[in-house]
Ligand binder design. Structure first.
Ligand SMILES: Cc1cc2nc3c(=O)[nH]c(=O)nc-3n(C[C@H](O)[C@H](O)[C@H](O)COP(=O)(O)OP(=O)(O)OC[C@H]3O[C@@H](n4cnc5c(N)ncnc54)[C@H](O)[C@@H]3O)c2cc1C
Length: 100
């Protein structure tokens, strides 16, 4: 099986295909870590997916900074994003580790 594109979606797809027993080749036209414009924010929901893949337990992942509060300032008063309802904090990703 060949997966073209090694961004978050292609990488996750390749992971699950390998888990399902397929021989997988993951290819990308870019060299990784690629220089991609990004806010480097990993939401609590995205972290759940990374946890399923087994990334959150790694030493490199734990170098990421935790974000416990975020607010949107469109007008006063500001609106807090509901992190606590999701039961997790966000993180500011350790870019060289994530590479995307
Ligand atoms: C400015 C900006 C800031 C962002 N900030 C955040 C953020 O802070 N947090 C967050 O969660 N999301 C952020 N995003 C969104 C996030 O980048 C995307 O949701 C995510 O990258 C989508 O993943 P993907 O795998 O679908 O696609 P991509 O990440 O675009 O990966 C596709 C890959 O396919 C490769 N490819 C394409 N065509 C070919 C080809 N013909 N042959 C070989 N390889 C090919 C590309 O090189 C690329 O590596 C941001 C997006 C932008 C534009």
């Amino acid at each position: 099986m060949i997966v073209v594109g090694a961004g978050p979606v292609g990488s996750a797809a390749a992971h699950y295909l390998v888990c399902a027993g397929y021989n997988v080749i993951l290819i990308d036209k870019c060299k990784f870590p690629r220089d991609k414009v990004c806010g480097d924010f990993v939401s609590p929901v995205a972290q759940n997916e990374l946890e399923r893949i087994g990334i959150t337990g790694t030493v490199e992942f734990k170098k990421s900074n935790q974000i416990r509060r975020a607010s949107v300032y469109l007008s006063k008063p500001s609106t807090d994003l509901p992190f606590s309802r999701l039961g997790k904090f966000g993180i500011w990703a350790n870019k060289p580790f994530f590479g995307f």
